[in-house]
Design a protein around this ligand. Structure first.
Ligand code: GDP
Ligand code: MG
Length: 530
């Protein structure tokens, strides 16, 4: 199809508002996927994702759609639904011209809805509001429309009412994609610039890169250059996702596709990198690229010391597919051999731990998660410390700073008090509280990231009977009264168990650490010989 008949879009939604169900219906109605090949929810194809109902990795699909007797090509780019992956979300949005904003008509605007909209606006996307689940008896589309208009300031005059489950309103959505989202700009004559919005490791073919051609064209066999990783490859295979991979010879500006080029690890084809031609390089890379910076660290030790080589192999395998996962060996006489690992956030950490235990049958002990502290040393040096056992001694340091996040909680008004208490208990600094509608409020705090690591989210959910939602963004470092908590056994310090804690929480943290059952049994076997 000509470029004027291409539309690139994504679907944004708070968890459970129906993104995957709607994506499936779009694929079905356009005949992209026959119902006999439909698994429940085609786009989420990792077990763990399905179980948790979240999308961790992005996927894409190309659909054909006839509108007023003309064929259109609609590229759907899926976005992960969790704040740990907001960089990945921002790169998929940058690959689109428009977005469907799906809101559950029986619920309303949630914190994640707001975060998504801000990202979409930053990327200048055309936003189409979609009210889902209108089949439910509790659906109140008019109330929710008012909420979207008031809270987000988005014009909802032509919001679409739909039921993804019952298949109501799907054609209207497809028509709106064609009519309201602008086509890509035709820059096929410029030097190649393609934006990587996802990549995954395939053990047989190497890394498969998903990209949007922003400028120029790319042909099978081209010698290409990745501008951030500074590496050259040959594009052995290029193709489109329909939604299964289908090879093509060439892709032009505005199109979405995949390539394989014998790339050995996803770290060499990072999300956000720009692909250009080796021979005819683009002058500037596309904006928005960021290195992955782990925010949360913990130690992982096998319960059975014999599993150490297996743990190393498993981490190496996971890393091929996960550029954000960092690890280095760590050992101590009490804990034996293990690894200190870095993650983007808590969910990322949990996913990796769970995959190690489930897919690689490892039985692991996890030490208390820690954040990266910034230490101002007496000699004027500034040291970043992600491993509490390496914290400079009190005499060598002047102060310790810790990372803070800004959290926004959205909640029905009856839970305001108990959520403010929660934030206060976690050393939160109150910033703002406002009613976004008559019955719902937004509460904003600055909170130490270290206090979010742990059960903050679970507490938020249980204190609000599941009704509150939250989002957070990193705001910067601030000095705090932090000290190091060591744990000794028979007078010997167990270094991997050292943590950095606020002076008011030392006793609490210490007791929590040493009451961990798996840890106690490990220590008693490890030390039984000595
Ligand atoms: P996601 O987390 O945004 O991907 O949400 P899902 O598509 O997984 O949907 C979450 C839940 O809502 C599932 O149980 C769906 O069956 C249900 N659901 C999705 N769309 C509708 C709808 O239009 N009506 C009703 N009644 N339920 C829906
Ligand atoms: Mg989903």
């Amino acid at each position: 199809v000509p470029i004027s008949n291409i539309r690139n879009f994504c679907i944004m939604a708070h968890i459970d508002h129906g993104k995957s169900t709607l994506a499936d219906k779009l694929l079905q109605l356009t005949g992209t996927v026959q119902s006999r090949e439909m698994k429940e929810q085609f786009l989420d194809n990792m077990d763990l994702e399905r179980e948790r109902g979240i999308t961790i990795k992005l996927q894409a699909a190309r659909m054909r759609y006839m509108f007023k007797t003309k064929p259109y090509c609609l590229n759907l780019i899926d976005t992960p639904g969790h704040v740990d992956f907001s960089y990945e979300v921002s790169r998929s949005l940058a690959a689109c011209e428009g977005a469907l904003l799906v809101v559950d008509a029986s619920q309303g605007v949630e914190a994640q809805t707001l975060a998504n909209v801000y990202l979409a606006l930053e990327n200048n996307l055309e936003i189409i509001p979609v009210l889902n689940k209108i089949d439910l008896p509790g659906a109140e589309p008019d109330r929710v429309i008012k909420e979207i208009e008031e809270v987000i300031g988005l014009d909802c005059n032509n919001a679409i009412l739909c039921s993804a489950k019952e298949g109501i309103g799907i054609t209207e959505i497809l028509n709106a994609i064609v009519e309201r989202i602008p086509p890509p700009c035709d820059t096929a004559g410029s030097p190649l610039r393609a934006l990587i919005f996802d990549s995954y490791y395939d053990p047989y073919r190497g890394v498969i890169v998903y990209f949007r051609v922003i400028d120029g064209t790319i042909k099978k066999g081209d010698k290409i250059y990745f501008m951030a990783s500074k590496k050259d490859y040959f594009a052995d295979e290029i193709g489109v996702l329909s939604p299964n991979q289908m090879q093509v010879e060439e892709l032009y500006a505005g199109e979405v596709g995949y390539l394989s080029a014998s790339i050995r690890s996803v770290a060499d084809a990072r999300v956000g990198d720009t692909i250009t031609h080796h021979g005819r390089r683009a002058e500037n890379s596309l904006p928005g690229y960021e290195e992955a910076t782990p925010m949360v660290f913990c130690g992982l030790f096998p319960v059975d010391a014999d599993q150490f080589p297996e743990l190393r192999d498993a981490l190496e395998k996971l890393q091929l597919n996960d550029a954000a996962l960092k690890f280095e060996p760590e050992d101590s006489s009490a804990m034996g051999f293990g690894f200190r690992c870095g993650f983007l956030g808590l969910l990322h950490m949990e996913i990796v731990q769970e995959r190690l235990e489930r897919e690689y049958s490892l039985n692991l002990i996890t030490t208390a998660p820690s954040v990266v502290y910034r230490v101002n040393c007496a000699n004027g040096d500034i040291v970043n410390c992600s491993n509490p056992s390496l914290l400079p001694e009190p005499g060598q340091r002047r102060s310790i700073e810790e990372p803070f996040v800004k959290i926004e909680m959205l909640t029905p008004k009856e839970y305001i008090g108990s959520l403010m208490e929660l934030a206060q208990e976690r050393r939160g600094e109150f910033k703002e509280m406002k009613y976004i509608t008559e019955n719902r409020a937004s509460i904003i705090y600055d909170l130490p990231l270290a206090e979010m690591v742990g059960d903050f989210f679970d507490q938020l959910k249980s204190r609000s009977k599941g009704y509150a939602s939250m989002e957070y963004t990193f705001v910067g470092y601030k000095e705090s009264e932090l000290i190091k908590l060591d744990i000794q056994i028979n007078g010997d310090r167990v270094e991997p168990l050292s943590t950095i804690v606020h002076k008011d929480k030392v006793i609490l943290m210490g007791e929590e650490q040493i009451s961990e059952k798996k840890l106690l049994s490990k220590l008693s076997t490890q030390l039984s010989g000595s």
